[in-house]
Structures are given as C-alpha cells and as structure tokens.
Ligand binder design. Structure first.
Ligand SMILES: Cc1cc2nc3c(=O)[nH]c(=O)nc-3n(C[C@H](O)[C@H](O)[C@H](O)COP(=O)(O)OP(=O)(O)OC[C@H]3O[C@@H](n4cnc5c(N)ncnc54)[C@H](O)[C@@H]3O)c2cc1C
Length: 449
C-alpha cells in the first residue's frame, strides 16, 4: 500500500492562476483549514492585473453569471458587490431565420447577472473597480491567501520529498517557491499546459475551440429588449455555430462559437446579418467593436488532471460543454479542496475524491449536451424545424408549450444537467409534439407565430 500524503500544519499550497478556479479553490481550502484548525499557507501566483482594461486584464469570457452559481455564491457568503454587476437578466430571446421569441425566467426571478471579468473593455470611461476576477481575488486575500503577482515559468518535482519547486517571474528576476501541493488553475489560454504535460504524469490538456468575443459600445440601452435580455442566435451563417449578445452597461458583448477556429471575419459576417443588424440598430452608434479577443473554450475533459501532490481545476481540468464555465470552476475547486482534507493529496486520493465525481458530474453529463447541441444544429438545417420549435415554445397555456420552454430555458442557462434535459427531450410526449408541429409547419397548416 502507498504512503498516505496529507496536508499537515504549515503546509504550503501553490495555486497557479488567480482566475475563478484559483480563487474558488483558495476560498474552499482556507475554509476547510479553519474548520479543522490546521494552519496552512495558500499562495496564488498570477501575473495578470485584473484592473487593467481590455484583453490584457481580462480572462476573456462573456461574463454571464448563472442562476445556480449566484445561489452557490450566496451559500458561501460570497456577495458580488453591485459595482461589479453590469446587468440583471430577465430572460432570453432566441432568434432564428424564421422567428424571434422570448423566454422569461420560468420562476420569475432575475438572478442571472452579467459582469466584466477584467476591468471593462479597452478605453472604457473609468467606472472604478468593476472586475469580477479582482473581486474574487480580494475576497480570498481577506480570508488569508497571499498573492505573488508573477507568471509561473517552470515547475519541477523535487526528488525524494515529491514536493514541487515553482519558478516564477521575468527572465532577469526569477524567484522560486517550494509547495506541498500544486494546484493548476490556469485556464486554457496559456502555455502553462505544456509545462504540466511535460511533467510526465499523464496529463493531456482538454480539446478546445478558439471562440471570439467583442465589446460593442452602444449609447441607448434604455430599452428593455436590449438591456435586460440575452439574445441568442441560431442563424444560417456558414461559419457561425452559436452566437449571443449579452448586455453590459453601455456595451453589448458579442460571444461566438464558430465552426472552425474563429476569426475577425466571422464577427463581421455575424454583425452584417440583417437580423443582428436590425436588433443592434436600436442603439444609435455604428457597429464598431471597442474590444476584440480570441479565447479557448474547452470541449472535452483533460486526461489525468491529478497526480501525487497535484490537481488541475477549472477549465484546464474539466468544464461544462458550451456553458457555465464559472460554475465548473466553482465545483471542481470545491471537490479538489474537500478531497485534500477529507482524503489526502495523493494520486489515488484525487482520483477517488476529485476525478471520478468530477467526471460523473461534468464530463459524462457533457456527452448528453454534445448530443443535444449536435442534433439541434443538424435538425435546424431542415426546413420547418426551427419554426415548429418556436411555435411549440409559444403555446404558453399548454403542457407541451411549457415543457418546450423549460427545455430551451435549461439549455440556454445550464440550470439543469444535460442528462435531465435529454430525458425531457426524448420523452414520447415531447417527440410526438415536435413531430406533429413539424409536419403541420411543412404542410402549411399553421398561422404565423
Ligand atoms: C467565448 C467564451 C465565452 C464564455 N462565456 C462564459 C460565460 O458567460 N459564463 C461562464 O460561466 N463561463 C463562460 N466562459 C467560460 C469561462 O470563461 C471559463 O470557464 C472560466 O474563465 C474558467 O476559469 P479558470 O479559472 O479555470 O480559468 P481562467 O479564467 O482562464 O483563469 C486562469 C488564470 O490563470 C492565469 N495564468 C495562466 N497561466 C499562468 C501562469 N503561467 N502563471 C500564473 N498565472 C497564469 C491567468 O492569468 C488567469 O488569470 C466562456 C468562455 C469562452 C471561450
């Protein structure tokens, strides 16, 4: 039997990356340590300054904080301050070539919020400190974590003790720290994943897509249609798979997943589409991005995100398919921190306490998500399918209408597991309902929704 490896008094934990996964991990490990009366040192290493505007200070995300995450944060008494909240969202609009329709929160709440991960788009007029990631780092600093504002360059396992030596800083000012536990929370937009791979414990980064994000300044966000709703688009633009417009104060964030790695022309094609042009023309400024970036989105779990004294959380480990990356950062961080104290920090501890439950909760569930998104994308190319879906969702009073709204709501918000949504979609009632509506649409037996 292998020796147990435990966190003992005075243990040093190095958290590489101060994005949400790194901050959430620090929050949970410090909470566990306080509860058990074990003094530990948590040291976050990140070279990014979240108070810089534009992509350099941002962790490149659309900034939608889901309803489940809002609730989880509340349970942890993490109260995101008003200054960081850009908008509270009433619901979604779904736009297809044939129709546009509204989905309101079925529970009538407004708990989805939007935030900036950094301190806003490039050249934003100063609004003080509005960065969500900065707020989270400050929160864990207040709880006792420390931060080294530097990029990690190298990591080596120390022979004998099995601890890690982390080298950080610029070429002419390198420093080192020895840690009992290394937590990789670097996301996907980094070459640190090569450093992890080269450690040779079997890690392989998640498969990912390059997506694009852009901030469009607008000067008329008084109308509720633009300012309180997230607009999602399922349009026949060959290069664009999914796109969303997310309201912020004075800006609209465009977030796009494209069929191949995305680029600026895809954004131009999207903005030039008549449905998009029409929507955004409500705001009187010309459509010109103030900020543009590429960012990686994970579409599969990493291979072996754990080893003795090492665990990989957040995007670099595993995350939910196409959505709720912040929620996945929270959940993986919590599982890793609980394992470290409940079981220990060996390879086998992380395998049992972190990897297996994480795969069950996130990665295995993603298989259902990938089938649902794939099927919808294929069927949407068939004549009448989108119209039939829209008609069903607009039957407010019928059971099938409510079920369709629920399915669409959960697909967009991530409020339910994909497995649960899959079951709802493939229930005989739903299948018959959509088929009947589709046939009616094709035979022209319906009035316009
Ligand atoms: C286009 C797009 C839109 C998205 N929109 C949403 C959304 O609306 N809502 C949502 O919940 N999720 C969204 N996501 C997913 C979300 O962005 C991620 O899931 C989330 O940021 C993951 O958090 P993380 O902490 O794992 O990584 P990150 O947020 O990427 O943070 C990693 C941190 O590690 C630091 N780092 C990297 N390398 C090093 C190094 N060598 N040394 C020190 N520090 C390092 C970085 O500076 C960074 O601060 C979106 C993703 C994409 C691509």
């Amino acid at each position: 039997m292998r020796n147990a490896i435990k966190l003992i008094d005075g243990a040093v934990i190095g958290v590489v990356g101060g994005g949400p996964a790194g901050s959430f991990f620090s929050h949970f490990i410090l909470k566990q340590a306080r509860k058990r009366g074990v003094p530990i040192k948590v040291c976050i290493l990140d070279g990014k300054d979240f108070l810089i505007t534009g992509p350099r200070g941002c962790n490149l995300c659309a900034g939608v904080v889901s309803e489940p995450l809002c609730n989880l944060l509340e349970e942890e008494e993490i109260v995101v301050p008003e200054r960081c909240i850009q908008k509270r969202i009433s619901g979604y609009y779904i736009h297809t070539e044939q129709s546009s329709f509204k989905l309101l929160n079925i529970h009538g709440r407004k708990e989805i919020t939007t935030v900036y991960r950094g301190n806003g788009p490039r050249n934003i007029e100063s609004k003080g400190v509005i960065s969500f990631d900065d707020y989270m780092v400050q929160h864990v600093l207040n709880e006792g974590a420390e931060i080294i504002r530097a990029r990690v360059r190298e990591v080596k396992r120390i022979p004998g003790s099995g601890k890690f030596l982390i080298t950080y800083g610029e070429k002419d000012a390198r420093s080192e720290i020895v840690v009992d536990l290394l937590v990789a929370a670097t996301g996907l937009n980094t070459n640190f994943l090569n450093v992890l791979t080269q450690l040779g414990f079997g890690y392989h980064p998640p498969k990912s897509l390059i997506c694009c994000l852009s901030e469009i300044p607008v000067d008329n966000l008084d109308n509720e249609y633009l300012s309180e709703f997230i607009h999602t688009f399922f349009l026949r633009i060959p290069s664009v798979k999914l796109a969303a417009i997310i309201p912020k104060q004075g800006y609209l964030t465009v977030s796009m997943i494209t069929r191949k790695d995305s680029c600026r022309e895809n954004l131009e094609q999207f903005l030039a589409h008549p449905i998009v042009e029409n929507l955004v023309s409500e705001s009187s400024l010309p459509l010109s991005p103030a900020c543009f970036c590429h960012s990686r989105m994970s579409i599969g779990p990493a291979k072996k995100p754990f080893a003795d004294r090492l665990v990989v959380v957040g995007d670099a480990g595993m995350t939910r398919y196409y959505k709720n990356g912040l929620d996945s950062a929270f959940l993986t961080a919590k599982m890793a921190a609980s394992t470290a104290f409940d079981r220990g920090i060996s390879n086998d501890d992380f395998k049992e306490g972190f990897y297996k439950p994480g795969m069950a909760l996130i990665a295995n569930d993603n298989r259902f998500g990938s089938i649902l998104f794939g099927l919808d994308s294929r069927l949407s190319r068939w004549r009448g399918f989108n119209s039939a879906k829209a008609r069903l969702a607009q039957r407010q009073q019928s059971q099938i209408g409510i079920a369709t709204q629920e399915i669409l709501w959960n697909m967009l918000t991530g409020n339910q597991s994909y497995r649960q949504i899959f079951k709802q979609v493939f229930s005989p009632k739903m299948m018959l309902g959509i088929l009947a509506e589709w046939v009616k649409t094709l035979l022209g037996m319906t009035t316009k929704p």
